[in-house]
Design a protein. Sequence first.
Lengths: 467, 1159
Amino acid sequence: MNIKLNTIIIILLLVLTSCSNELNLTPITQKSASNFYSSELEIESAIFGAYGQLQNNGLYGLDLIGVGEIPGEDTFEEIAANDGGRFGQLDDFSTNSVNDLVSDIWRESYEGIQRINIVLNRIPDVEYENSSIKDNRIGEMKFLRGLLYFNLVRLYGDVPLVTQETANPSEYFGQGRNAISEVYEQIELDLGDAILNLPTSKSSGRPAKGAAQALLADVQMNQGKYSEAVTTLTPLINSNTYSLVTSTSQIFGVANEGNSEILFEIQYTSGVNGNDEGESAASQFRPSGTTANAKGHNLPSAEFVSLFESGDTRKGDYVGLNAAANPFYFSLKYEVSPTGPNDGGSDHIVIRYADVLLKYAEALNASGSSNAEQYLNLVRSRAGLANTTATTQPELSAAIEMERRFEFIGEGHRWFDLKRTGEAIQRMNAWFTLNGKNVTINADNLVLPIPQNQRDSDPAISQNQGY
Amino acid sequence: MKLNKHPFVKWATKLSVYLAIILFANPIFTNNTFGQSLKKTKISILKINAIPIEILKEIESKTDYHFVYDQSIKRIDSLISINSNKISVLNILEQLSLKARLKFKQINSSISVQEMSKVIKEVLYLKEITGTITNEFGQLLPGASILEKGTSNGVESNFDGNFTIEVSDENAILEVSYIGFVTQNISVKNKSILNIILQEDKARLNEVIVYGYGTRTKEKFNGSVSKVDSETLNNYSSANFEQALAGTISGVQVMGNGKNPGDNSVIQIRGLNTLTAGTNPLIVVDGNPLSEGSSLSSISTNDIESVSILKDAASASIYGSRASNGVILITTKKGKKGALKVNYNGFIGVQSRIDNFELADAYDTALFDFDARNFGYISGGSGRSITDDNATRDANGGGKRSRIPTYLQGYVDGTPGLTNTDWTDAVFRNAVQQNHYINISGGDEKSNYSVSLGYLDQENIIIGSDYKRYTNSIRFNSQISDRIKFGINVNTNLSDINPTGDVGWSNTLLGRGRQADPAFSVTLMQPYYPIYNTDGSLAISVQLDDNNENWDNPISENTIAQVLLSDFTRKEFRLFGNTFVEFEPIEDLTFKTSFGGDYNSGVQEFFSPSTFGNYRTTVAANPAQGAKYDDKRENFITENLLNFKKTIQLHSFDVLLGYSYQQEFRNQTDLESRDFADDNIRNVGGATTVTATSRSSKWALESYFSRLQYDFDNKYTLSASIRRDGSSRFGANTKYGNFASASAGWVLSNESFFPEDKLLNYAKLRASWGQTGNNQIGDFGSVALISNDNYVLDGNLTSGVYTSTSPNADLSWETNTAKNFGLDLGFMQNKLLFTAEYYISNTTDLLLDVPVPQQSGFSESLQNIGEIENKGIEFEIKGRDFNIGELKIGFNANISHNTNKVLALGNGQDQIIFGTTGSDFITKVGESVSQFYNLNVIGVYKSQSEIDNDPITPLPGTEVGDFIVQDANKDGEITTDDRTMQGDFNPDFTYGFGFTMNYKGFDLSAQFNGVEGRKVSDQLISRTESGEGFFVPSQYYVDNYYSDRNPDGFFRRPDFSSFSSAARITRKSNLSVLDGDYFRLRSLQLGYTLPNTVTSKMGIYNLRLFFTGNNLFNITNYRGYNAEGIDTRSNERQSLGRGYINSASPLTRLIAFGIDLKF
């Protein structure tokens, strides 16, 4: 009996074997942030993560294009109620704080800013094989942060300013919103650093010095600093790094990606990574029933299309119509994907040279310089049109504005242009009256409401006036 | 491995210290002959020259004591005289001891009497009695005890239930007892053969309560445990045993959306104790804690002997950091000593839907479409008229949603014979359910065995979905020597499922849980379109084509076609069980070591061919898609228990020491593709390219625990326990936590002062305090995790990453501290038992996904912050043996009330608002958890002047036909600040009651249950009552919306294209908060047991035929499928929106016929 008992006790001892070390487990299929971001490879991945964020529908995949254009008079919503009215409300300025688009842009912008902040916080301690690449990356991140804050400040007015890696999210309770001027100060600081750190020549998908200069000029012009914008843009124009492609048919489309006109683009490709790298505008910005998941968002109005001068190649190259399926026009700047809806392969061009030229013309004209029209004419002649007949400063100003409408239809610029030039309220109210719509806007409508869910979690974030 | 860190060494060290205390520090108990009560019990006695037996009988007649002695005592003829008015029993016994050389030994109220230094003298036996002992169903009971009353003469029945006893007295009384049965006294006068039928003792005080790592009788248990036996469980027929619990126990709610047979339910014990951590209770089967949230349908209800639910924290505390949602202990059926027994139980029946949801038919839907399109058109711009034709409407920019479909007019005019498809009718069916179960069991003196096989085949009431389950269990226990025994339990389960979908309607996204749910899709199926073409083929994309070309309304594919043409399967295999060895190194001390495992594997496959379309996507543009989801979980546990039990006179001790280590590894692999060359190979294997993702995770839990129980004289019971848990889930700084408990009980009725009362015979007061934890936060919640977000550069995929969660090194369990007070009363010889309980529990350090300022880059952050309180009262009554002649009646009733209150949230945080598509919820300090929080609609604006003259500024953009909203904050203006609290899902009270009746061979049992004061919001309802188009309206909405035809309507005017910003904001209002109360006949069973005389000729012990019904009626005002249809897929993180029903399946009624056979 004793022998048996002893045997059993020995067996039990074996059964009892275990390790307290098992309590210190680390994630198996996910990495932990505490020991990450410490090598060049890891920082490079984090940078791709920041670019990846910009692809989202709340940013350049869909919403930023719509929000920059639908409030203006050139595009409209086929069905205001579609998708809970997220775009439809922009069209008649009834946007409220529970609109999904309002909260998506806000949230995804700050998520992107945090990804950038992490890189900028960690990169100084990481050794790069080639230190100039490291400088370039710092420049890229500051460019992206400037871009995201520029969008935020234009869309929401005062916004919270965060430039640090978040250690504890609760620390931001009660922070409130920073004044527009403070945010612009930070944006100019970031873009100034970007200009210093970025290379002159562009590599695909990444901004170079020119993109930062163009963006900084835009930022300056939005603050009315036209002569500073001229100073910023002049070296870019003179560098001849970028040029207009010869035909308006060669700018967009998957086949034309990476052309000489592009300063900065968000890249998309259909059919890769489980169809997760495509954009949504191609399907959703088409009239309902004309392609899978067509939502009729952001359609160019017939009234606008009728404004094209005869001979303008852009009318055929930029705007399409499939009258048999649906009587509404749509933008041709995004190609419908062969792999299904929301997987469009067209890059979204954030800054292209035509924009730089027209902004330069606008800044020159506004700051009293007389040679604005030559830059305007570069864009016109590429579209197959004769030089402008405008001569006086107001005439030129109107001509540049008109040119921008034709050139950038469907790219998400019109509403920002109206805001930058200070014409938004007067122009839209006149348009509503003309079209018999019972809508009147005032200064409150120039910004979106602050998302309700953000205010529900932190009441220290105040609401914009009028919402 | 370093020896000094070995947990066994730590454990052994602790153990030896405990042992030393127990074994050596308490010598006082060894030599104390009589208890205090013998000294205190005083009687008056007058006996002169009496023999001892006369004096003992005198004491018996005047006190509760009775004496046990053999015949020899009767013949002791020493003469003793005692004459006293007030003499203690102890004093009398001392005199007897002295004068008659008698020795006494007391056990409770029995006192055994022996002669001192005595050789037992021979006894003259007078009579031999033989007999058989059976239960009420004629089943033989081996091992029953038969005792000649008043003597130590006793025997046990053998394997065949037979016994032979020689009695010493012609008029002897036999006392027949068996655990779990009512003890009987039978006179042998004039009898030599006895056939004794014992009645099962179900709700009595000696009922054995299974609790954590032990069993006790109800009388000695101080916590709050509800036990449900197999008979009650089998009254409700379901793949999941927990469904049978609904309404039978106070304080326990069993809910769920019931989408698939076999899906888990939401089990909520005593309120919501957490806000964002998981709400799964811990399920322990035969001592084996199963994987968190694992499928409960793996356990066949037929295999369950009993279910114990530990409701109070003191009882659950021994399970530490996993117990704050309560613990459910399942004991499976074991073999019993005796010959081989075979039991077959089976039923077959039909299920059907029982709900009030009704969509409008084509004619009513046409009226609605007509209104919605016209109103949307004319309110969308100036210069528009209802009489405009479609061309004019197009020219005015009305768009497709302003056009009037050409087919509509016929319906509006009431032309008979137009297509009027009842999609709901096509999706639901009467579904067959059958269940077969066979069990073989038996045993001898030393071992017992039980083997069972089960088969369940249950069609879903939703077409295309069914569930087949094969279960097998094997149990074997053996006493291999005097001191060693071992046991094995193995449960195998194989399920073959065709599930129904999860999401409302089909879309092109692939993913787990993204398959379309036809029960919800019917709301998008326009009744103007047919299911089948005239040639009998499925009508594919007929709606979609018409939609895209003309109307922009029928946006979804024929749901019947989708179900019939796509493949969706799930195969599950599960093996769980444990083995144990128990040995007794010295008397009263047992050591038990066990090893258990739970292996789960599930493979889910989905294939949708290119032969039908999808959301807004016609068949031509919809590629085939396929997916395979592989899921494996390996869980094992090792436990070592040391148990010391000792009864020394009136004192009994039960000391437990334990060590437990459990770990689980989980791996999930997803394969998905939308890239198929053709439809020939109907699985992901046929794809050209496949996206694969693999996820693995692991957790480990190491625990030490101890419990001490002390009981004195059946009057006072004390218990205390402590558990120390270390969990891998928590932050580096907070790996270990302690959970303690203490409880006390006092049986008043065992006190001498307790009045002898025919009515009230039992009373007990209980109180307990304990701590438990909740660790259900996912495996790596304390670590900031890196996730992937890739980017493409020139068409090449790059690997991008980002920090997806915020870190928290201090993350720990939330702690629940609860007090419980209970009162048990027994009336009429315990025929009626009454229990009342009051509890109050506080959960602190809530694991809370705190919504944080989004400028941090995160929307929420998991933190230990805040506090909630739950308190409530519960009453239970159980009665049995209320007999009228041969009619035996039993009954039960329970009612529970729970309230909760948020005491604190995050730092500086006063409320959390959680939004769903149908309703907002607010969880606010000082209020109950998850209250519906919406605007209060008080009417409809019927003219522009009403809007213009309203002293309250309405919502911006308010139009005629929009809602009038109450200015709740009285600031003269309607904004989102006017949202008000509109009740919550937590009912005011829940109740259940039932009865059982037996008359001759017939038995009838019924169980009713209900809830009162519950509110719910249901996407099915809010969509079909929105008036926005796309969704076919419910009949209720059509009957009640405001229009020229119905000026008294209270719903907003329908608008399909241009509805106002105000209308959008009022999508969430009090109108989408519904009354979820119900009262239903949960189960009814009528059975007939054939007489023994008939069945015994067939060689059958017992044959019972029965009719059974679930949910035979359901009384409710609720308009949806099921007011309890909250999401069961993930019990985690849904407390903040508790009461929002995303998509449910109708409540089902089952009518079945069955047979129960034992031989």
